[in-house]
Design a protein around this ligand. Structure first.
Ligand code: FES
Ligand code: FE2
Length: 413
């Protein structure tokens, strides 16, 4: 039997009808997490239009260093040029379309296609003169550029030539993240996971800490999220939380940093960058609260809280004063998501002397893996013939509702 792919118009219509049936204040209907048609719309309308986190600039420190980042059927080459600038190109050869860089990382003065060895400079220009043999000018055969922005050491790319406006986010993230010195960092470790869940379930999981008390013993000790959530309904905890926030804000001010937020409610449309307190006795997010590496960036003293940066649809990062842990989501299929978790330390920190993976990794490795289990079970449950969307907590899950509202607005645009 031949399967005929639904037309784009039919697919869009299907998703519009699903979105119109959404009941605000609760989770999405099952097909949003299982249907191949919705997945294709997600790729086109969300992943194709939004700025995506590709990696950190410090992963390609020298001219000629590159990495690739694949989303759906597209692949992007992110490369450091001769004079240190970062550029990005579509990873498709201008001859017959082969992937130019078939691997995930590399370093070379030219980008050479493996098929017939057409070579491109680090600026994407074809090196040879194709006029005589191919009848075209060199300028017509450059690699297609991809929009790229490096923001305080984080590289964002956009697959569209006309992506959503992100200037306010770029300038805020740049300012707040700058003291953490991620441009002068190095990748200490990364772990790749294939999470058996739709990318939205993975992001939704990140948008609330209602699940933290029963799942994240280690994370709960370090961060104040649970205290903040519980304080909403408990006056005694409210006083305790306010004391933590007042104390840490005084500390942040003394370090010349922006104040943190007591509130968790997300008001920015699709991004957030806020400093949060850590619990008493914790100068960083570690198992015992003690530092796990040398200070990063401009910090001269310990205890700068944790700067959380969240960018829909594929990035979150906790930057502490001695390390940063970032997560990158990439959709694989309706029920599978690739998540890369990356740990960064100061570029001069030496493994074994200034940091060990034994101390650096556990809190976010454990927390992430606990989340991937939850996401998998969530996927299995929403795939059930009896799944009916429930309701979000109005005090602990408002940021999930915010994410879902954003998603529904954007996927039908
Ligand atoms: S397809 Fe790249 S050189 Fe031929
Ligand atoms: Fe979690």
């Amino acid at each position: 039997m031949v399967t005929i792919a639904p037309s784009e118009a039919a697919r869009r219509d299907f998703v519009r009808r699903l979105a119109a049936g959404h009941r605000p204040g609760g989770p999405l209907a099952g097909p949003f997490y299982t249907s191949p048609e919705v997945f294709q719309e997600d790729l086109a309308r969300i992943w194709g239009r939004y700025w995506l986190y590709a990696g950190h600039a410090c992963q390609i420190p020298r001219p000629g260093d590159w990495f690739t980042f694949a989303v759906g059927s597209d692949s992007v080459i992110v490369v450091r040029g001769e004079t240190g600038e970062i550029r990005a190109f579509h990873n498709t050869c201008r001859h017959r379309g082969s992937r130019v860089c078939p691997t995930e990382t590399g370093s070379s003065r030219r980008l050479t296609c493996p098929y017939h060895a057409w070579s491109y400079g680090l600026d994407g220009q074809l090196m040879m003169d194709p006029k005589a043999e191919f009848g075209l000018d060199r300028s017509q055969l450059s690699l297609h550029p991809v929009k790229v922005r490096t923001v305080a050491g984080i590289v964002f790319v956009a697959l569209s030539d006309d992506p959503v406006d992100f200037e306010e986010a770029f300038s805020t993230i740049e300012r707040k993240l700058k003291p953490h010195g991620l441009e002068r960092a190095k990748l200490a470790h990364k772990i790749d996971y294939v999470v058996k869940a739709n990318w939205k379930l993975v992001f939704e999981n990140n948008r609330e800490c209602y699940h933290c008390p029963p799942n994240h013993r280690e994370y709960n000790l370090a961060t104040y999220d649970v205290l903040r959530d519980n304080a909403v309904t408990d006056p005694k905890l409210k006083a305790e939380m306010e004391a933590v926030v007042a104390e840490t804000n005084a500390r942040f001010r003394s370090l010349d940093l922006d104040e943190g937020d007591a509130e968790s409610a997300m008001t920015d449309a699709h991004w957030r960058c806020r400093r949060s307190p850590l619990m008493k006795g914790f100068t960083t997010q570690s198992m015992d609260g003690k530092p796990v590496s040398t200070l990063m960036g401009d910090f001269k003293e310990r205890d700068a809280g944790t700067l959380r940066t969240t960018v829909f649809p594929n990035f979150w990062q906790h930057a502490n004063d001695d390390y940063a842990c970032a997560s990158r989501l990439t959709p694989i299929g309706p029920t599978e998501t690739h998540v890369r978790v990356l740990w960064f330390v100061d570029r001069d920190a030496q493994e074994g002397k200034d940091y060990t993976l034994d101390r650096l990794l556990p809190i976010w490795k454990l927390t992430s893996e606990q989340d991937w289990d939850i996401c998998r079970w969530n996927q299995q449950g929403v795939s059930s013939s009896r799944y009916v969307p429930g309701r979000y907590s109005t005090t602990r899950e408002q940021n999930v509702a915010h994410f879902v509202d954003w998603y529904l607005r954007e996927v039908v645009k």
